[in-house]
Design a protein. Structure first.
Length: 345
């Protein structure tokens, strides 16, 4: 869903959270009294991340890098942000809820930033008035109609709504590339990923987008479980025979690092089609040799002001930090939180 639409839909929830910050800030500066707002003591805002730490650890790096610049340059005079941790939800809804409760009740976070979870306990966050800013990887960021009850915010908007009124054009550039490479007006296409709620819903939506772009969708596969997986061979075979017993012209993997495991097997078994995924980092260029990337972000290889700032902040936080998918989502969603704070400070 378009980010401007989701922004309007959630403005009420965000303003409610930021109003608490604003009132507490005024109280602290005018009277010196300690404000009664969880995660904000009048000088420091406490935040943390939540998500699939084993596959997207860069979510923490991006968040920490953006927060370091906020603190070092005094973007809000007299206010610092303290990032506590990236809590690992292990791609499990029950673990995500347990970790969210711990972050709220024990760590005492004001907000969750750099959220890379696909299992956010949205109802719990709403009950506790905890705004969370992330990649938009699950439908807790989404609403089919205007709502002020959502507390999830994504720089990319709502990516996988359960009942969308329309589907964003996410495969236009990919279709053009594949069509030119194959010489086909309607190249065959299979989308595949994890056998979980996010994977099934996401792939359903991605298949609709692919068909609308011009692909001939011959399969939607959600066969393999969340990592770790001992052997990807049967799942790769299912894709390679998914076009009525033959390999499809193109495939799109909606997973995380499991996409690399699938590529290794499919490449070894002689797949000659166009394998596309959403992962980028300099370290993955060589392992993913022969594939293409289709992502909802500007390529880190481009020389733009935003990319230069991202790279500079990551380097300033820790020299040699790679620019990869998790870092991009962690950085951009944390920046979204910071811009919201600056709007009311």
């Amino acid at each position: 869903m378009h980010s401007r639409m989701t922004g309007r839909r959630r403005a009420g929830a965000l303003l409610a959270a930021l109003a608490l910050f604003s009132v507490a800030l005024v109280t602290a500066t005018s009277s010196g009294a300690a404000p009664s707002v969880r995660g904000f003591d009048g000088k420091t805002i406490t935040v943390a991340g939540l998500g699939i730490k084993g596959q997207l650890p860069g979510g923490e790096f991006g968040a920490r890098a953006r927060i370091q610049r906020f603190n070092d340059t005094n973007e809000i005079k007299g206010i610092k942000i303290k990032y506590e941790e990236l809590a690992d939800d292990k791609q499990d809804p029950a673990t995500a809820l347990s970790e969210a409760r711990r972050l709220v009740s024990q760590v005492g976070v004001f907000a969750v930033v750099g959220d890379i979870s696909a299992n956010n306990p949205g109802q719990y966050f709403a009950q506790q008035h905890v705004p969370y800013f992330g990649g938009g990887f699950d439908n807790t960021y989404c609403s089919p109609k205007p709502s002020t009850s959502l507390w999830g915010f994504s720089s990319g908007g709502c990516i996988v709504p359960a009942k969308p009124s329309f589907i964003s054009d996410i495969y236009g550039a990919m279709y053009k590339y594949v069509s030119q490479k194959t010489g086909k007006k309607h190249p065959t296409f299979i989308v595949f990923g994890n056998d979980d709620d996010w994977g099934r819903n996401g792939n359903r939506i991605f298949a609709i987008a692919a068909k609308d772009a011009g692909f001939k969708v011959v399969g939607i596969q959600n066969k393999y479980p969340s990592p770790p997986v001992n052997d990807y061979t049967p799942y790769a075979q299912a894709v390679l025979t998914g076009d009525h017993g033959s390999p499809p012209d193109s495939t799109f993997c909606t997973g995380a690092l499991d996409c690399l495991d699938m590529w290794k097997v499919m490449k070894a078994q002689g797949y000659k089609g166009i394998y596309v995924h959403g992962l980028y980092t300099d370290q993955l260029v060589k392992p993913f040799d022969g594939t293409a990337v289709n992502g909802p972000y500007t390529s880190p290889s481009e020389d733009t002001p935003g990319v230069r700032q991202l790279k500079a902040d990551l380097e300033a936080w820790k020299s040699g930090t790679p620019v990869e998918l998790g870092a991009i989502f962690g950085y951009t969603s944390t920046d979204m939180f910071i811009q919201a704070l600056k709007g009311v400070a």
